[in-house]
Structures are given as C-alpha cells and as structure tokens.
Write a protein that binds this ligand. Sequence first.
Ligand code: GRF
Length: 215
Amino acid sequence: MKKIVILISGRGSNMEALIAARDAGDLPVNIAAVISNRVEAEGLETAARSGIVTHFVNHKAFPGREAFDARLADCIDQFEPDLVVLAGFMRILSEGFVRHYGGRLINIHPSLLPAFPGLHTHQRALEEGVRIHGCTVHFVTPELDHGPVIIQAAVPVLDGDDEASLAARVLRQEHQIYPRAVRWFLEGKLHLENGRVRLDESLADSAVLVSPEIR
Ligand code: GRF
C-alpha cells in the first residue's frame, strides 16, 4: 500500500479528514507518520489516538531554515513516503526541501489561488468583497502558495458572513477535496505537464471543481 506522511502545526482537521477517509475505505493509504513542528499541536494527539506514529521536530531548535528543513526531511524520509501532505503546516519551506520532494509534496490553502496567497485569507476575501471564495489543493513549488493546482472548491461569500462563518464554510470543503486529491495522486491520476496538472482521462473535468454550496 502507498505511504504518506502528513505535516501539521495545529488543529489538524484536514489530517483528521484524511484519517476518516482512510477509515471509511475511501482512501486506501498507509498514513506512516504525522509530524509537527509544534509540540502543542492538537493534531498530534488525534493522530496518536488513531494509532499513527507521531514526531515533533522543533523548528526553534535549529539555527536556520535550512538546518530545520534538513532535519525534517530526515525525519520524513525514514518512512519512505510516496507523498508528503502539508495540512496546516505553518512553515515556509526552503527551496532545497521543496526540490527534494518535487512532484510529491502537496498543500491545501484556504483560498481560490492565485487569489489570496499567504495568511488571513478569509478576512481579506471579506475586505475585498469577493462573492466567491474557496480552497485549493496544489503541488508545492518554492514560491509560497503557488504551484500547479490539483482541485478547487468554491463557496459563496454571504452578506451576513464574518471571518468565522466563512472559514467554517471553506473548511467543510477542504475536508472534501483533500482526501480526493490524495487518492488521485496515489492512484497515479495526476500528471504534471509543463507546470500544470493534467488529469487522467478516467476523471471527469467536473471532478476538479466543487462549486458553491449555499449554506
Ligand atoms: C486550513 O485552513 C488549511 O487550508 C490551512 O491551514 C488550515 C489548517 O487547518 N493551510 P487544520 O489544522 O487542518 O484544521
């Protein structure tokens, strides 16, 4: 069975969605380890409760980004994963790290990239007054929150929304699309061509855009 390693920094709800998909039989995968750069990440306990190996690699213990990334890569590589899954991992990764995992490192971002890279995406979407917002799963490249898009889910921005309500609506979609993207990758259904993702012919085009739910 294919192996993944999941990197987290906090709550770990996307990681939980992956575990739930695995447990439901929708995602045949060996979640070999969950690694956090923060010891207090709630997701570490959740993973351990599910019987998954957990590791803590403290970024504060290293003199710089490269040194931390090298240790992190060592930790990841002992599990020989087919795919490394960033799920709320709040560290900027060095170019060397990203290149080491070229084509097998993915991230979920809470906006419809390329809109709103970086932090505070929901607040910024509200401030801009956009009517459609959402989330994106993409391959990671050295440029932050860029990289070939795999799947996106869109949600409406409603007049009554605040940051919390919008974030919750987006998060429900994150939990839908991330397991799907991981499954496609592991099934060999994602092909990188000239910096873009081409889907396997067995997947309908409609599979990669989950469009607005109004609630
Ligand atoms: C999610 O919104 C994800 O898109 C972003 O960080 C958040 C992590 O949430 N990268 P969780 O830890 O998965 O609950």
